[in-house]
Design a protein around this ligand. Sequence first.
Ligand SMILES: NC(=O)C1=CN([C@@H]2O[C@H](COP(=O)(O)OP(=O)(O)OC[C@H]3O[C@@H](n4cnc5c(N)ncnc54)[C@H](O)[C@@H]3O)[C@@H](O)[C@H]2O)C=CC1
Ligand SMILES: O=C(O)[C@H]1O[C@H](OP(=O)(O)OP(=O)(O)OC[C@H]2O[C@@H](n3ccc(=O)[nH]c3=O)[C@H](O)[C@@H]2O)[C@H](O)[C@@H](O)[C@@H]1O
Length: 419
Amino acid sequence: MARIGVIGAGYVGLTTAACFAELGHDVVCADVDETRVRALNRAEISALEPGLTALVQRGLATGRLRFVRGNREPLSGSEFVFLCVPTPTGEDGAADLTQVRSVLREADLLPPDCVLVLKSTVPPGTADAIADSVDVPVVSNPEFLREGHAVEDFLRPQRIVVGGPAARQVSRLYRGTEAPVVVTSNVGAELVKYASNCFLAVKLSYVNSLAELCEQVGADIAEVTCAMGLDDRIGTAFLDPGPGWGGSCLPKDTRALLAAAGAAQVDFPLLCAAIDTNEHQPRRVVAKVRDAVGSLEGTRIALLGLAFKAGTNDLRDSPALAVAGLLAAEGADLVAYDPSVSDAPGVAVVDSVREAALGARALVVLTEWPEFAELDWPALVRRMATPVIVDTRNLVPPEKAVEAGFRLVATGRPVPPGP
Ligand SMILES: NC(=O)C1=CN([C@@H]2O[C@H](COP(=O)(O)OP(=O)(O)OC[C@H]3O[C@@H](n4cnc5c(N)ncnc54)[C@H](O)[C@@H]3O)[C@@H](O)[C@H]2O)C=CC1
Ligand SMILES: O=C(O)[C@H]1O[C@H](OP(=O)(O)OP(=O)(O)OC[C@H]2O[C@@H](n3ccc(=O)[nH]c3=O)[C@H](O)[C@@H]2O)[C@H](O)[C@@H](O)[C@@H]1O
């Protein structure tokens, strides 16, 4: 078993630390945010991640997991130091490495015999460039976990990708996860991460454009994607249309790869198109709401879902907030309900769909929470000013909603005639 230091206790760092402790390693996790560290030492976790609290509780109880503020002293005994700090979008879309650099500036931070592992998503070439400036081996080991499935994805990943000179040593830390290990160069590992996220983004933009086409030609996107997905080469995953792809990574990673390609004098129009298509989606949703209710000025609209996807309380780059912003700009009076969110910028958040529906001229389904598929449709019709649903996720069962008296505007299905 190894002594592991983790820098950054966010989605990735906290999951990495708790899961490595679960695999039997001795882990110390450091963060600059004192409040967060105090909460973590009480096993209080703000992210909605199934299984994570239990792992943190077990790690703290066994003494295999500790949270500390600051990076220096506590990491001194670590054989492996995992860097899990944010790499947000910077100027011109490129990844902003300020927080990575700020950690590395503490030059005496790294124990002399450790291996430095980059888990943050960083542009191709970053690990090798860092290796030129530190005295320890540098390994790229990108993370592929999905929010809402972080523990499951870390402990049962579909692949572990490790690059660089100490790749084998790092891959041995994952013993117990039984995932295939792919050893690459550092630059290769860095590219696998961006290539994977960007491929998913391209697939989703493709589906969202296809949905728009279905609406115009009278086809049903579900029939089309269902049949497409039966082809193994295409697969069934990531074929659900929506209000655009969001979250803390797909939007920033598409921009970062585009910037990295540009810096390498490589044209990547496909990625540009995927991003443009995505930026168009919230406007498309707003146009549908406007068409369904007439003017938005002073009109009460109820948003169902604020998180960027179901299963998380994360609002970072949420398409729902983009839609809310555009509706608000046209004067709509917004109210929202999300089972995992109690507060959001520019929107009054209430505690139930019933409350949100009261006096609203439309319900707009933005996040695919399963409960939105099983509402009391007749009761909602009675509470609303006009019975309209704009369903960006195709969750609402059409027969039940229409039978209750709703006009349902779904996604990728022929738009029903106006009132
Ligand atoms: N969120 C996700 O699902 C995934 C994120 N990633 C990548 O992992 C990296 C981290 O992302 P998240 O965990 O989402 O970020 P986050 O924002 O949830 O957490 C980052 C943590 O790092 C801490 N931090 C910042 N500077 C620090 C420093 N100098 N020393 C110690 N702690 C510091 C912050 O206080 C915060 O707690 C990013 O590069 C991201 O692209 C990769 C795969 C999945
Ligand atoms: O680098 C990262 O941070 C992570 O980014 C994504 O994970 P995540 O951000 O949790 O979200 P996804 O589940 O990929 O969903 C992204 C967006 O696509 C949307 N989506 C997804 C699937 C689909 O069929 N339709 C659809 O609209 C979601 O609603 C969401 O807005 C990747 O799936 C992870 O593998 C990766 O590790």
